[in-house]
Ligand binder design. Structure first.
Ligand code: F0G
Length: 460
């Protein structure tokens, strides 16, 4: 069964442009070396097409920019906060909103509120900042995603699903009282932007609640997930993204959310929940770590832009175009035989680096090497999502070795046109034709936490 969304012309026109720099290969070789072969350490102005991330890199609409001028920068009780609260209730349906400067700020508040030292925290695959905050609170992350998620060639339409057998086994083995909560990422970033089905969310909710375990949604790309449910799950084809999203949230107890993705904003985030005590706990910490409970580290204008972006992201055509753009790039690369995580995910195209560079072992940072080669070859910046991102086991100190060793070509929303994606595809196809030249890397500087952001490498 194919779920392909046909190519769709941009449902917007361009009002303001930002020039990009076209560089030579020699220039990029030097820039890559100076950046320690880490795409995070490149200067943005040295990048031609920036597919590092879809986080904070999106183009806001005129409605959002107009909202920026309505920023109420009062320290307390800004009107933009109240508008954000009402937009969150309309889209997600939770009772309490706790604003945060971005997603990881919200993860900090939730982890602090719910994790006791030594507790287990299951989730459908780790996410870097989420797991880091769980570990900082003394929690142990346990991956309970379906096995299909770890296989780039498995075509299951809902590879983000929680494996209920794994989750139930964990409850039996550790005891429900030793499980802090379960996190469900929708979509699952490191699995390749793969969605979770409504049926799975419902069943996870039932199993968790039967055992008195809270379900926390990582709602960072929840609108994308809702669109996948609309197009892939029976019974949802005639429901709106907003209706689907509300139903998704109804099976959960709360959420963390990075506002920098689906809402097209450059900064922002929030935590949300239904339980009064849980909200109270987060509100007592938000003032210590983020800012007052009515701004949480955001300016009033940022809250306004985020609220407006949230409402816009629930419009079905916005998500349709979003997914169609990813699929356009995915299809071009797939046709040329470039190995990819299948099926195409929401926020980007994930290249299977192990299959692209079979001669480079994972210990030589296959995806890191490919990401920097893509930059040198074409000026396109991507991101490693493999062994470097996975980091080390907190107890043994050994490197986690994820089955998926990928390079993420992440698609900022409304920023690039179809011809940019043609350039990206053509240059990666060209590199694939010379793939036998690929060499590995050696890590020469490794930071303690979230090492992928700042690690430095040398070419072998
Ligand atoms: N959860 C998910 C699924 C994310 O993808 C991110 C960020 C966060 C939480 C944290 O949010 O950045 O606002 O603090 N992902 C970005 C990325 C960084 O490039 O995938 P944040």
């Amino acid at each position: 069964m194919s779920f392909t969304i046909p190519p769709m012309a941009e449902p917007y026109k361009i009002k303001m442009v930002e020039p990009v720099k076209i560089t030579t290969r020699e220039f990029r070789e030097n820039a890559a070396k100076e950046a320690g072969y880490n795409t995070f350490l490149l200067r943005s102005e040295d990048v031609y097409i920036d597919l590092l991330t879809d986080s904070g890199t999106n183009a806001m609409s005129e409605y959002q920019w107009a909202g920026i001028m309505l920023g109420d920068e009062a320290y307390a009780g800004s009107k933009n906060y109240y508008f954000l609260e009402s937009a969150m209730k309309e889209c997600f349906g939770y009772k309490h909103l706790v604003p945060a400067h971005q997603g990881r700020g919200a993860e900090h508040l939730v982890s602090k509120a719910l994790i006791k030292q030594g507790q287990w925290v299951p989730g459908n695959m780790y996410f870097t900042t989420t797991r880091q905050h769980q570990e900082l609170q003394g929690g142990h992350f346990v991956d309970v995603i379906v096995d299909a998620a770890h296989d780039p060639n498995n075509e299951d339409p809902f590879k983000g699903n929680v494996d209920l057998v794994k989750f139930e086994k964990l409850i039996k083995e550790k005891g429900a009282e030793n499980i802090a909560y379960i996190t469900i990422g929708v979509t699952v970033n490191l699995a390749g932007g793969q969605p979770v089905s409504m049926q799975n969310l419902r069943e996870v909710g039932e199993l968790a609640h039967k055992n008195n375990i809270k379900v926390i949604l990582d709602a960072t790309r929840a609108m994308e997930n809702a669109y996948y449910i609309k197009t892939r799950e029976k019974g949802y084809e005639n429901k709106s993204v907003k209706e689907i999203l509300r139903e998704m949230c109804s099976y959960t107890d709360g959420a963390t959310c990075s506002g920098k993705k689906d809402f097209h904003t450059n900064i922002g985030g929030f935590a949300a929940c239904n339980d009064d005590d849980f909200a109270q706990n987060m509100r007592s910490n938000v003032v210590v770590y983020e800012g007052l409970q009515t701004y949480g580290g955001m300016a009033g204008r940022d809250m306004e832009a985020m609220a407006r972006g949230m409402l816009e992201a629930c419009e079905d055509h916005v998500m349709k175009h979003r997914i169609a753009q990813s699929e356009y790039l995915w299809n071009k690369l797939d046709k040329a035989g470039v190995p990819l995580v299948r099926p195409c995910g929401g926020h980007g195209v994930f290249v299977d680096a192990k299959a692209f560079y079979p001669q480079v072992p994972q210990e030589q940072y296959t995806a890191q090497a490919l990401a920097i080669d893509i930059y040198i070859h074409s000026g396109v910046r991507s991101m490693e999502r493999g062994i470097v991102s996975a980091g080390r086991d907190q107890e043994t100190g050994k490197e986690h070795k994820p089955k998926l060793e990928t390079v993420r070509l992440t698609i900022p929303r409304r920023v690039y046109t179809q011809s940019h994606f043609d350039v990206v595809a053509d240059s990666i196809i060209d590199l694939y034709q010379q793939r036998d030249k690929g060499r590995g890397l050696k890590m020469v500087y490794e930071p303690k936490a979230l090492r992928f952001f700042q690690a430095r490498f040398e070419k072998l």
